[in-house]
Design a protein around this ligand. Sequence first.
Ligand SMILES: Cc1cc2nc3c(=O)[nH]c(=O)nc-3n(C[C@H](O)[C@H](O)[C@H](O)COP(=O)(O)OP(=O)(O)OC[C@H]3O[C@@H](n4cnc5c(N)ncnc54)[C@H](O)[C@@H]3O)c2cc1C
Length: 389
Amino acid sequence: MVLSPYDNDEFAEIREGVRRLCVEFPGTYWRTLDENRTYPTEFVRALTDAGYLSILIPEEYGGSGLGLSAAAAVLETIQAQGCNAAACHAQMYTMGTILRHGSEEQKQAYLPKIASGELRLQAFGVTEPTSGTDTTALRTFAKRVNGDYVINGQKIWTSRAEHSDLMLLLARTTPRDKVAKKTDGLSTFIVDMRDVVGKSLTIRPIRTMMNHATTEIFFDNMHVPAANLLGEEGKGFRYILSGMNAERVLIASECVGDAKWFTRTAVQYANERQVFGRMIGANQGIQFPIAKAYAQMRAAELMVKEAARLYEDGKDIGAEANMAKMLAADAAWEAANVCLQTHGGFGFAEEYDVERKLRETRLYQVAPISTNLILSFLAEHVLGLPRSY
Ligand SMILES: Cc1cc2nc3c(=O)[nH]c(=O)nc-3n(C[C@H](O)[C@H](O)[C@H](O)COP(=O)(O)OP(=O)(O)OC[C@H]3O[C@@H](n4cnc5c(N)ncnc54)[C@H](O)[C@@H]3O)c2cc1C
């Protein structure tokens, strides 16, 4: 079932390749992982080997050198096939920060190995337990000592830390009360976790309502070579922020993929299930919610396309990236709810994958940025209303 003209866009070949790969990883695969809370190593390996996870890495470093729209097509297709890109999407959304702000030495050192799969860059350490969404209040501190930075502090929700070699880390290098603007004095590092894990870096898994491999991590005098500082010291917040816009577009594309999976699954079931001597899909009470969720998905999809296009044109996409993320996460959640309702009691049975996908897609109304903060951004920065916090 073709759910959108964009399914046949200029990335149709990529979508078809990803779709074929995903067929090898059916619902039974994801259900077993979900039950045991294990990481989809084989799936991530297959995506890496096929070159899909290095789509944003320039060709001279071993990638495909394509843009955000191509990456979005990959992630959307993974979700639309019932798989879960959460295991590996960070490699795509951290890439912009490294490409834009990394030195030539850093790119040479890491990108070819990330492209070949020798190194995984899947961990992104920003959120802290005390600061939450108020990122500039983070406390993890990196102190320059000779040729190293010595890092102390804690992060929470650092997803995939146990399954990644590298982490992109945001830490304070100048105390908040010593900078003119609170967004100053934060720096970004590429941390090679292989050197420090189990020593000055402790990783503790957090079990959540879905299989997300998320953790809390603790730094105890963790040494990172000064050569691993990205760009200039004190400017890391800006580097991370530009990457976060790409992240929002990519997560939004995953939500569009989820909404497509829920819509297709609901339609299939509605066309099969017979109650009162006819298929339930013949009832408007079943049809209309599916049709409405479909329309919402298509609207969100347009905003995702717009945001990706503007990003590729080098424009500031703060508003579009936020709107795309919010609309797509809402559309996915609505489609999930409708799909569950269409299935009646069977929607609750694990073997239909509906409840698993519903749990997985719920995250995106909270992470990587929650809906309230998106609305605050639009109110203040687009509409000129007073800052509310
Ligand atoms: C499974 C999972 C994986 C994650 N992975 C990562 C990761 O890999 N790396 C990483 O750095 N982070 C990660 N996160 C963190 C995620 O980005 C944050 O949870 C999210 O940004 C919200 O922050 P918080 O949980 O601290 O909520 P808080 O900031 O404590 O907010 C709590 C609630 O209050 C609301 N709120 C707060 N301030 C305001 C305000 N001024 N006005 C109105 N409402 C407000 C928020 O919208 C939210 O609903 C992950 C989170 C989860 C749950």
